[in-house]
Design a protein. Structure first.
Length: 215
């Protein structure tokens, strides 16, 4: 199944950016700037962007951390990372590094990132993979570092909700409804001071937490 999803995203990478702009209505990059501000990055920070796709959010982070910082964009799709690499070269972002790997098995040392993010992708992880991914995020995040999770906001209206969860279930895991109703619950235990905030577009929400001192 994972191989099929990887093949799907390799193909989808060709039209991904245009699809996201159309679906989100965010033609000016408001969501990217919003998440960059809330992650509270400082010059010189090291940041990991999970499921980075074509690197749009990671490139925003690269500007925030400056030449002395480092941003790692991780994705399991080679096609997505190829598009991200093209953007990075075009925008001259040498502090962005791209890694092809699985979010539930991160190839990094303990406590090596100031912050970790994931935008509109965590819901696709199956239950066991999602749990392992949270454990891995906590492992690679420094004490007090932030994990920010951007996800779709549940639409209003019965019909809109029906189609929303039908689409999410086709793309994601079988427990998608429970996930979207209780995203903050998956951070509890490993993270503290959890907050939820609606994004400027009104179609997404951001859940952030700080990594606890004792794991």
């Amino acid at each position: 199944m994972k191989g099929l999803r990887r093949g799907y995203y390799n193909l989808f990478s060709r039209v991904y950016d245009g699809f996201v702009r159309l679906h989100s209505g965010d033609t000016e990059g408001l969501l990217r700037r919003f998440i960059a501000e809330r992650v509270k990055l400082a010059p010189g920070d090291r940041t990991l962007d999970l499921c980075t796709g074509t690197g749009s959010v990671a490139l925003e982070f690269a500007r925030a951390v400056g030449e002395g910082g480092m941003v790692v964009g991780l994705d399991f799709s080679h096609g997505m990372l190829k598009k991200a690499q093209e953007k990075s070269r075009r925008l001259n972002s040498p502090n962005l590094h791209l890694v092809e790997a699985d979010a539930s098995m991160l190839p990094f040392k303990d406590s090596c990132f100031n912050a970790v993010t994931c935008s509109h992708a965590f819901y696709e992880l199956k239950g066991p993979d999602r749990k392992r991914a949270i454990e891995e995020v906590a492992r690679v995040t420094r004490e007090g570092g932030r994990f920010c999770l951007m996800e779709h906001a549940e639409p209003e209206g019965r019909v809109a909700k029906l189609f929303f969860y039908l689409r999410i279930r086709l793309l994601g895991s079988r427990d998608a409804r429970g996930f979207f109703e209780n995203e903050s619950d998956i951070l509890r235990g490993r993270f503290q001071r959890i907050t939820t905030e609606m994004a400027p577009t009104g179609k997404s929400k951001l859940i952030c937490g700080e990594r606890r001192g004792v794991l």
